[in-house]
Ligand binder design. Structure first.
Ligand code: GLU
Length: 468
């Protein structure tokens, strides 16, 4: 059992590609098979090194590790040339000297007559070499019979050979074309299951004919349907992030994206949450729906929050490091990231938000938010701030439970509601009126910093009282 993911490096690793990669990976892992990564970079004009890197980074971030590869088609040109020669020698391919103008001409005529444009076979039975013209090589497609295959997703597919024409397998400069290289590679790499987007379904009969001409065993094929945006149109950049690494930038956990992707076109009862291990156990490419599935950012958000809350905080923290680095926050200068995650996970939707909302635990706070200070750091706040400051200064164990107790006791002693203490304290500690519960906020800000910030807020309150 051998599967492969064979992206063309002409853009980002997009969501559709990542889902294909995941399906290949799951099939291989579920059936003790081999998962191969092959970079289809023969289109020299459109392939870029950045895009190769984005594919490798995306696969790594998602944790889709492959057993063989990455292979690069550009490193296999000699092999393709040999196979082209073999087909020429066997009479399964031929040189074609038809000019572009001639090909254009027949295409126009066929279109006018309402026919599907196809090569008319002019050079099929022996063409005179034309001086100064480098020929293309065309595959001699059978004229009779049908190509029939049982797609694991789409069911039986049958195409008459009369629908197909003699496709170009090598260009005048000798460079091979997609439909040809893909067959040579899958044959050489002994791929037994081809999973790919159903935009390739029309290529498959052509490829099957090439397999047969080469005497190679056919793999199974599974063509997975495309992904639509929430508006029913094919998912594209217009719908926001479609590059996998953009989801990382935006603060999603790879576990959430994988879980989300596996559900695009596949289900297991009404289960929504799948660990990777469960996916491996339950996934079956034969159960993938043949209808297109729609992308929903809300659902992805829901899964992301689910994983932030339920994975061990230390595991989430490992991912958070990346965001801290990007935001220029030093995680050493505050609470452990695992502690931070345990508090913040159910307050935010993404790791990026978590990072944005956690700076105050690692860095000095600047000016108080004007509105929050105006409302909560008034002269009446002096007494509660002083009282809580004194008690906290005496507290030896800086744990949420103890901190909560101290706030309560102080409120009771002053005979005021908790809010009369918690709100000024919150503004003192974070500069804003919004933060986790006050005990957790104190805990994360830490002892020394909390005491210093309370003093600072007291100074502010007193200066304000004096100015009245
Ligand atoms: N390289 C092709 C693509 O990125 C996929 C080819 C295949 O999987 O057979 O669309």
């Amino acid at each position: 059992m051998r599967t492969r993911f064979a992206p063309s490096p002409t853009g980002y690793l997009h969501v559709g590609g990542a889902r294909t990669a995941l399906f290949c990976y799951l099939e291989a892992r579920a059936r003790n098979g081999v998962f191969i990564l092959r970079i289809e970079d023969t289109d020299l004009e459109r392939s870029t090194p950045e895009s190769v890197q984005a594919i490798l980074d995306g696969m790594e971030w998602l944790g889709l590790d492959y057993d063989e590869g990455p292979f690069y088609q550009t490193q296999r040109f000699d092999r393709y040339a040999d196979v082209v020669q073999q087909l020429l020698d066997d009479g399964r391919a031929y040189h074609c000297y038809c000019s572009k103008e001639r090909i254009e001409g027949i295409r126009e005529e066929q279109m006018k007559a309402g026919l599907k444009p196809r090569y008319d076979g002019h050079c099929r039975d022996g063409a005179e070499a034309v001086a100064g013209v480098k020929p293309v090589v065309r595959f001699r497609n059978p004229h009779q019979g049908d190509v029939v295959f049982d797609d694991l997703v789409r069911g039986r597919i049958s195409i008459s050979n009369t629908e197909l024409d003699d496709l170009v397998i090598a260009r005048p400069d000798g460079s091979p074309t997609y439909n040809f290289t893909v067959v040579v590679d899958d044959m050489d790499m002994k791929v037994s299951l081809v999973i790919r987007g159903d935009d390739h379904i029309n290529n498959t009969p052509r490829q099957i004919n090439i397999y047969q001409a080469l005497g190679a065993e056919l793999p199974d094929f599974a063509h997975v349907p495309m992904i639509l945006g929430d508006d029913g149109a094919r998912l594209s950049k217009r719908h926001g992030a479609v590059g996998v690494l953009q989801y990382r930038e935006d603060g999603y956990l790879p576990q959430a994206l994988l879980n989300y992707l596996v559900r695009l076109g596949w289900s297991h009862g009404d289960q929504e949450v799948f660990s990777l291990q469960e996916m491996i156990e339950l996934f079956d490419i034969r159960q993938v729906n043949r209808k297109a599935s729609a992308f929903s950012t809300d659902k992805l958000d829901w899964l992301n929050q689910h994983y932030m809350k339920t994975l061990p905080p230390a595991e989430v923290a490992e991912h958070l490091v990346w965001y801290f680095e990007k935001a220029g926050i030093n995680p050493e200068k505050g609470p452990s990231l695992a502690d931070l995650v345990s508090v913040q996970a159910d307050r935010v939707k993404t790791l990026r938000e978590m990072t944005d909302q956690s700076r105050v635990f690692y860095e000095d706070i600047g000016d108080f938010d004007a509105g929050a200070a105006k409302k909560h750091l008034r002269p009446v706040a002096e007494q509660p701030l002083r009282a809580i400051g004194n008690r906290l200064a005496d507290l030896e164990i800086w744990e949420p439970e103890r901190l909560d107790q101290v706030v309560r006791i102080t409120a009771e002693e002053l005979e005021v509601g908790m809010g009369k203490i918690a709100q000024p304290l919150r503004v003192a500690l974070t500069g804003t009126a919004i933060s986790p519960s006050i005990d957790k906020t104190l805990w994360l800000v830490g002892r020394e910093r909390s005491l210093a910030r309370i003093s600072r807020a007291l100074e502010y309150v007193m200066a304000r009282a004096a100015a009245v």
